[in-house]
Design a protein around this ligand. Structure first.
Ligand code: ZN
Length: 318
């Protein structure tokens, strides 16, 4: 008698369980922004980012490409130019670039260039504040040093005239926690490119929950001296910057999440070059982080442990 009662109940739970999962698996709309970057690889990295996301079956990715820059030499000591600094023919093109963020669940940035027109900046602030997701990849956190709300979204950034005096403290990972360094100085640095040992610092966050404690990521840059308002940062992973190869000799946060209004930000400092995107762990993080930014949840299964190793970087063609 007891078993007869339990069985139908188990069957009902199973049915509802499956149904709930199907409802969650709606395709999420991603707007991937590129068009300028001091990393000249961007025309190659954008299709790879798109491929990684779309291969998962969870995302539909639309690329929005800004007008190009005017070819001026990068000045890392000053904020990027504005549209007003561009020649007239390019200003006209910027006038036509008006992405409709409200049509998407999450915006992914592979962009570091001319400050967006004010109208676009305001739309973007409104989008994230009202619950939209944002994913910043590598040099996207170099962008927009003159845009205060953007600094709040990414928490910390580097280069382009950033300094602790103007932008806020630097972040380090010290004594097993996030620490702020208020010492005066310019922000943004990295040592030589090496394979990066990623250390998972958060087994509670949906993005990194269930991932190994550490794994080797392919050749990439470990950003350090990253500074900004640094408010409400949750550190997901850190990496050591090797003093023997022009690094800081310290550990630094490299994967962060933040909230901004009702929106969520996944800030991924990795991704300098194409080899980085081949990292199996990087691909899982991009998928999981983008889903979390879009919905606040991660519905992907825990990745197989064979996709991570501490002594060799596991890679896969996206
Ligand atoms: Zn780089």
């Amino acid at each position: 008698m007891k078993n007869l009662l339990i069985l139908p109940l188990a069957a009902v739970l199973l049915i509802f369980g499956c149904k709930a999962k199907q409802e969650e698996a709606l395709v999420l709309k991603v707007l991937l922004i590129d068009g300028q970057n001091n990393h000249k690889v961007w025309p190659e990295s954008t299709p790879v980012i798109k491929q990684i996301l779309q291969n998962s079956g969870r995302f539909e990715v639309t690329v929005s490409r800004t007008p190009p820059g005017d070819g001026r030499k990068t000045n890392y000591n000053a904020a990027q130019p504005t549209v007003a600094d561009m020649p007239e023919n390019l200003q006209a093109k910027w006038f036509d670039w008006r992405p409709d963020f409200s049509q998407y669940d999450v915006v992914v940035s592979n962009y570091n260039g001319v400050l967006w027109p004010e109208e676009v900046c305001l739309d973007f602030v409104d989008f994230v504040q009202s619950g939209g997701g944002f994913v910043s990849i590598h040099a996207a956190d170099n962008a927009f040093s003159q845009w205060e709300e953007y600094q709040k979204m990414i928490g910390v950034g580097g280069w382009y005239g950033r300094s602790t005096g103007k932008h806020g403290p630097k972040v380090v990972w010290e004594n097993n926690q996030l620490a702020l360094d208020h010492s005066e100085g310019k922000c943004g640095a990295h040592g030589a490119r090496n394979p990066v040992l990623v250390e998972n610092r958060n087994q509670n966050h949906p993005i990194t929950k269930g991932l190994p404690d550490k794994w080797l990521h392919p050749t990439d840059e470990v950003y350090y001296n990253m500074c900004g308002p640094a408010q409400g940062i949750t550190v997901l992973a850190s990496a050591h910057s090797d003093a023997n190869t022009k690094g800081s000799g310290k550990d630094h946060p490299i994967l962060l999440t933040l909230d901004y209004g009702k929106g969520r930000i996944f800030h991924n400092m990795l991704g300098h070059g194409i080899e980085a995107y081949a990292g199996a762990g990087f691909q899982h993080l991009l998928m999981r982080g983008t889903e979390w930014a879009a919905t606040g949840k991660v519905t992907f299964d825990t990745p197989p442990s064979s996709d991570f190793a501490a002594d060799t970087a596991v890679t896969r063609t996206p």
